[in-house]
Design a protein. Structure first.
Length: 327
C-alpha cells in the first residue's frame, strides 16, 4: 500500500470501532506522549460518538504537562476495542499489560520494523517522528479529521523533541510543512519550549558533574556511567539520570557517545547516540535496537559495558579511517 492507501485504511479501521484505546511505549519520550494524546484528541474531535482512551502502565514526569492517561478498563472492553499502538517498535515495549486482549491492533510507528506485530501496520521508518505521521494523517483528510490548539500542541511537541528541534536526520521539507500546519492551530511555542527545555538548578549541577567526569576513547567515543551513588547524590529520577546522553552530543570528532545508567534491578541501561555513524547494529549485538543514530540496549554488568565501549571505539576507528567530511 502506498502512503495514501494506508492512511485511508487507518481511517476506515478507526471508523469501524466505537471504542478505541491508544497506547505507547514504556519509558515514554515526547513523541510517544505527544502521539498518544494528539491522536486521542483528533479522534475525539472528529468522531464525538466514539469512546477514546489513552492507557499506559507507566507515566512520564517530563511530559505530564501535555496530559495524562485514562483508567485501565476490563478485558471485555478490550475485546470490542481497537487498540492503536503508537511509536512502539516491538510488542514487548507496549506500556499496557492488557494489550493482548484487544479485538484488533493497529500499529503506527516510525521505527525500523524488525519484529512486526498488529493486524494493520502503518510504518514509515524514514520519518523524523511518529507525530509527523499523525500530522500527515490529520492534514490528509481535511473536513473529516479535526484537531484544536491542544491537539496540535501535543503533536508539535512530539515532532520538536524527536527531531531534536528539526536538527536530526529524517527532518525534511515535509517535516517542516507539517509542523507549520500544526502551528497554524495556534500552538504557543514560547510556553511549550519553556516547558520542554527549562531545567532546575540541581539538574544543571548534575550536567556539570557529567561533563567534568566523562571519558573519551582513543578514537573519540565519549561515554559516561551514571551509577546508583550519583543518582542518589543528585536526587535524580531514572528519567533525569538518563538525560546525560544528550550532554555529550556536541564534542567535535566524537561521533559516537554512550550513556550507561544503573537500573534499579542491577542491570545497566545503555543509550547510544551518534552522528554520521550507524549505531543500531552495535545495539543489536547487545540485545537492543533502535534508529541509525539513536539506539538503546541493556548490559548485565561493567564487563559487558567495557566490551560495548571497546566495540564502539573499534566501530568509530573504522568509520574515521574510511570516511571523509565528518565532524
Ligand atoms: P533511548 O536511548 O531509550 O531513547 O532509545 C533510543 C531508541 O532506541 C528508541 O527509538 C528506542 O525505541 C530504541 N531502543 C531503546 N532501547 C531498546 C531496546 N532494548 N531494544 C530495542 N530498541 C530499543
Amino acid at each position: 500500500m502506498n502512503n495514501m492507501q494506508i492512511k485511508q485504511a487507518v481511517l476506515d479501521l478507526i471508523r469501524e470501532y466505537d471504542s478505541i484505546i491508544i497506547s505507547r511505549h514504556i519509558r515514554p519520550d515526547g513523541d510517544a506522549c505527544g502521539s498518544a494524546l494528539g491522536l486521542k484528541r483528533i479522534i475525539e474531535l472528529s468522531f464525538p460518538d466514539k469512546t477514546v482512551r489513552y492507557i499506559a502502565d507507566d507515566e512520564s514526569e517530563l511530559y505530564s504537562f501535555l496530559g495524562s492517561g485514562d483508567q485501565q478498563v476490563s478485558e471485555e472492553v478490550y475485546r470490542r476495542s481497537l487498540l492503536i499502538v503508537v511509536d512502539t517498535a516491538t510488542d514487548d515495549r507496549i506500556s499496557n499489560s492488557m494489550a493482548r486482549f484487544a479485538g484488533k491492533i493497529l500499529k503506527i510507528d516510525h521505527h525500523i520494523d524488525n519484529e512486526p506485530y498488529g493486524d494493520l501496520c502503518w510504518i514509515e521508518d524514514g520519518r523524523s517522528s511518529n507525530c509527523e505521521l499523525l500530522a500527515d494523517f490529520l492534514t490528509s483528510f481535511p473536513g473529516v479529521l479535526k484537531t484544536d490548539t491542544y491537539g496540535a500542541t501535543c503533536l508539535y511537541a512530539g515532532m520538536v523533541t524527536d527531531s531534536g528541534r528539526f536538527m536530526f536526520e529524517g527532518t525534511c521539507g515535509d517535516t517542516l510543512r507539517l509542523a507549520g500546519a500544526l502551528l497554524d492551530y495556534g500552538v504557543d511555542i514560547q510556553t511549550l519550549y519553556a516547558q520542554l527545555y527549562m531545567d532546575d538548578y540541581a539538574f544543571h549541577k548534575f550536567k556539570a558533574h557529567v561533563l567534568q567526569t566523562m571519558n573519551i576513547t582513543p578514537s573519540g567515543v565519549a561515554w559516561t556511567y551514571v551509577d546508583n551513588d550519583t543518582i542518589k547524590q543528585f536526587g535524580l529520577s531514572l528519567k533525569q539520570a538518563s538525560e546525560c546522553a544528550s550532554f555529550m552530543e556536541k564534542i567535535r570528532g566524537s561521533l559516537i557517545w554512550l550513556a550507561f545508567i544503573d537500573n534499579p534491578d542491577g542491570t545497566i541501561r545503555v543509550r547510544l547516540r551518534s552522528r554520521f555513524v550507524t549505531v543500531n547494529s552495535l545495539a543489536n549485538k547487545y540485545g537492543g535496537g533502535g534508529h541509525a543514530n539513536a539506539s538503546g540496549a541493556t548490559v548485565a554488568d561493567r564487563a559487558q559495558m567495557q566490551a560495548l565501549i571497546d566495540d564502539a571505539d573499534a566501530l568509530l576507528a573504522d568509520y574515521k579511517a574510511n570516511h571523509r567530511g565528518w565532524l
